[in-house]
Write a protein of this length. Sequence first.
Length: 64
Amino acid sequence: MTGWPTVHVSHFQAMLLFALIVSAAFGVLGRRRLQDRLKYAAWSFLLFLLVAVAIGWAMYPASR
């Protein structure tokens, strides 16, 4: 028995997956109408990406 297959993802792919799952949950839990849910999920997804890229850009000088 070899166990579970391994999946290798980059940091960026992991961030995209996290942002997608959490913003979908925010959309479902945060609003009542379907149109409002979709807008809220899309907006939170974009904000997750924006903040993550900004934090990564701010931390880049410390990695050198």
